[in-house]
Structure formats: C-alpha cells, structure tokens
Design a protein around this ligand. Structure first.
Ligand code: ZN
Length: 187
C-alpha cells in the first residue's frame, strides 16, 4: 500500500470536518446544491436531519439553465415534504435504519408532471468515517515509523542502526532517523 501523504491526510480531515459541520446544520435547516446538467436536467445533493440525499431526476428546466448550479437553504418542514416525495416507500418511511434509504420511480408529486426521480439517502457519519480512513492510515504509518526509529532501526527497511545512528542507513540509504523532527513529539 502506498504511504499516505501528509497533504492527503490534511485534505481528508478538512473534508470530514466540513461534512460534520453540515451534519450539525442539518438539524436546523435543509441545505444543498442543485446541479443543472444537459438541457437543464436537475440533480441534487441535500443535507437534512443527519441524512445526505443524492437525487437524480429527468426533470428539465430548459437549456438556458444547463450546466449551472445553485445552492439552497430551506426550512426543515419544506425539505421534509420534498424528502417524503423522493423517498416515499409507500409506508410513510423516509429515514430507514440509520438513515439509509433509497427509492426510484415515476412520480407526479414533484409538481412537474410525470417525472422520474431516484434518490439515495446516506447518514453523514458514513461519509465522515470514509473520509477519515486516509488520515488514520497516515497516522498509523507515521507512528510505526517513529517507533522503528526509537527502537534504533531504519524506518524504511528495519535495519539495525544502533552502531551507525548518525549516518544514513547503510542498507537502503534512508536518512529519516537523522531528521531533527523524527523524535520530536507529534503535534
Ligand atoms: Zn534502511
């Protein structure tokens, strides 16, 4: 497995924090982005009450709207009414277990005549967990390498460096154990 880079770990941590922020906000309003594709075909991403909604439709708002996007923020009752239409399982359930839900089909309830809509509902925590995998791998690798160096071994190949701690590794040439930061506590 390639070594995760620090920049990757930081980027994914920031993304996870943004999703967590969205999750918090999802309890006071419904927020999201509507993407208008070819011919103004509307797709959307929404966030409401701990659930991320990914919706694809065949509704077209016309070529003048094509290839644009707009954000929205609406009261909870408004987005809940929309969610009920998008995720209606026929039994009135829209949340599913742990906020997982999916529904696709023709409907006339979107107010645009007969149209097709497919929606996937996912919990925010799932996305956050997935986004935190690269930072966790990065930390794990970093700690393992630091422990190798502390044990007097080369962080790259494990060669015993106790007799030559002030030189690059004779086995693989790694200089990681010479870096002043190598033994400093991780911030
Ligand atoms: Zn080495």
């Amino acid at each position: 497995m390639p070594r995760p880079r620090a920049a990757t770990a930081v980027t994914f941590t920031i993304l996870a924090a943004l999703v967590a922020w969205t999750w918090l906000r999802s309890n006071s309003a419904g927020e999201g982005v509507v993407l208008l594709l070819d011919g103004g075909r509307a797709w959307g991403v929404g966030s409401v009450e701990g659930q991320i909604l990914l919706t694809a439709t065949d509704i077209k708002f016309g070529p003048h709207r094509a290839w644009s996007a707009e954000t929205f923020s609406v009261p909870l009752n408004e987005i809940n009414a929309l969610r009920a239409v998008l995720l209606d399982d026929g039994k009135g359930g829209t949340r599913g277990r742990w906020n997982f839900a999916a529904h696709a089909g023709q409907t006339e309830r979107l107010g645009t005549g007969k149209s097709w809509a497919g929606t996937l509902g996912l919990p925010h925590w799932l996305l956050i967990t997935l986004l935190l995998i690269p930072p966790a791998l990065y930390l794990k690798t970093r700690l393992a390498r630091r422990n190798q160096i502390r044990a007097g071994r080369c962080a790259t190949c494990g060669y015993d460096l106790r007799a030559s701690a002030d030189k690059p590794c004779p086995e693989c040439g790694s200089q990681e154990h010479l870096a002043p930061a190598a033994n400093a506590p991780t911030p």
